[in-house]
Design a protein around this ligand. Sequence first.
Ligand code: NCD
Length: 305
Amino acid sequence: MYHVISAKAFTKDHLQKLLQEANTMQNMLTQGASRVLEGKIMAALFFEPSTRTRLSFETAMHRLGGNVISTENAREFSSAIKGETLEDTIRVVSGYADVIVLRHYEIGAAARAAQVSQVPVLSAGDGAGEHPTQALLDLFTIYREIGRTEDLTIAMIGDLMYGRTVHSLVYMLSQFPGIRLICTAPQTTPMPVDVIEYATSRGVHVEFEQDLHVAAKKADVLYQTRVQKERFKTLEQYEMSRDAYIIDESILELMGQRSIIMHPLPRLGEITQVVDQDPRAAYFRQTHYGVPVRMALLKQAVMKE
Ligand code: NCD
């Protein structure tokens, strides 16, 4: 069955096919709708807050002619509050829908769900673990904006420890040749060792650079992230980590003319609003790429192509 649990499961071939399919979907969106998933149902089970991920998945399903059932605050408004296990909820919902999109606050939740589900499970984030569909839309953004997914220098900035989108994107980029990764993180939220080991074992060149100004000069992509307040044990630890790295006009001056700034969003103060006017600010375009990418994933999962 076509589950999407970890970005590690995608080969380079598979990623390239998905990027092509997302391109086709993007072109189709400008021409009108598709009905390929007519009569099919997607269940969106969200145990953690979401704006972009849930709404772009729902949009994608509608754009393919399918239907959506959804619980946006499953932690309180599903039977989880009565003590039902995730496994039982998935057993039930997989009898209602053709595909389940799951966001959960525990690392490993999506893998547990996939074990008991009768239908494909697409992870929309498992705690501080991974966010594989975001990584695919991030890869698609790089492909559309820069024109290639190899021979690239990517600076990952901010919360590299708890930022699940970072982990999944590093796993996907590791499939491509000529990738240089610059880790620019406060000492409180470094890139996890296992993520670095995965990347280096696949030929990625990893550098550590505390100075964002230096990273900005070298990178094709500045991938900024939010410091994940909800994952810290104490507020004090969070306060020590926030605002360590801010992308503002001084960073724009150092960046290459063809480089881009990405962010999975939501952003707080880590990218100042003046930066939004610059054509290299790709983060709002990035959110829109989520629709064709999730259309491609949903089609694969439901049609088993
Ligand atoms: C991210 C997430 O939920 O992991 N957002 C997203 O899905 N686009 C990033 C974040 O919350 O900071």
